[in-house]
Design a protein around this ligand. Sequence first.
Ligand SMILES: NC(=O)c1ccc[n+]([C@@H]2O[C@H](COP(=O)([O-])OP(=O)(O)OC[C@H]3O[C@@H](n4cnc5c(N)ncnc54)[C@H](OP(=O)(O)O)[C@@H]3O)[C@@H](O)[C@H]2O)c1
Length: 307
Amino acid sequence: MSKILITGGTGFIGNWLVSHFLSKNHNIIAHGSSKESISLLKKNLKKEDISLKNIEFWEQNFMEKEWDYPSTISDVEAIIHTAAASRVRKGSIHNYDEYFKLNVICPKILAKKALEINVKHFIHLSTGQVFGIPEKFPFTEQTPKNPINLYGYTKLMGEYVVASLGVLGLHYTIVRPFSVFGRGHYNIISIITDKLVNNDMLTIYGDGSQSRAFLHVLDFCRAIDLILFNEKYYSEEFNISGPNEYSVNYLVQLISNTLKIKPKIEHKNPIVNELKRNIADLSKIRKLGFKPTKSLEDFIENDLLNA
Ligand SMILES: NC(=O)c1ccc[n+]([C@@H]2O[C@H](COP(=O)([O-])OP(=O)(O)OC[C@H]3O[C@@H](n4cnc5c(N)ncnc54)[C@H](OP(=O)(O)O)[C@@H]3O)[C@@H](O)[C@H]2O)c1
């Protein structure tokens, strides 16, 4: 079995990828930025009854100038790079340097390291936000990239940095998740739920007609599994969203109907430029056998309050 380094193993998608690849008997190095986030990851894995036998942990804050790599780094056969400044709305002039360092410089350092140690495959997680507002929906891999916020711009620069090492021989694939949901994620679904349960005011930015195509995190992990170590997909890009679009207004209605709580809603102007729609054309990833299996409705009905 292979040794896979998952950066951001302590994050939402990273945590699920760690569980997924451990369950497939791979050896994992799970990265996190701090002792606290790594011990939380350990706790989560124990809760799921996952043995820690095949896992090592790498604590490294990527904002530091010098990094200490784990002693086993040269055995790594694949890197799945998920760590990032990952919030669209937080990207501003106040944390410009952090977004640039984490989303542009950090992939450069890691992808260069991957090439130096002859990693077989470097999978780089980008985002659907790199496309901005295109003329046509859904977004294909050929859709022109015109990001409209700091997050989208820095993630696009991160893609180019990885591709620049591709021309020097790095075997990489760019994977763009769109809106991933599942247990353990602080996102629009958990925010709406928290506000309703606590009877707090729910702020909707804009008129609420903006939509997202949610994909369950387990389906996302399966997509990564289809791509990993497959030479045909070196230097390729994949857009991965759920198959259906949900507007914010519809989502609020769905969750409030399920919880049987009437929402208190206020509307505010968006804090950053946001996409009106964000849905991938799944044709390319479907050719690999990818098929979303878990619906958002099921999750809202059955898992919402355990999320
Ligand atoms: N979730 C989605 O719907 C979605 C959609 C589009 C794209 N993506 C992309 O998918 C990837 C994973 O997203 P996610 O939702 O799992 O993000 P997340 O939950 O916010 O996790 C971010 C990860 O990055 C790490 N990180 C942040 N700052 C760091 C630092 N200074 N040094 C080292 N590590 C640091 C965090 O480590 P600690 O927790 O240890 O601090 C965490 O493991 C990201 O690249 C994101 O851009 C996600």
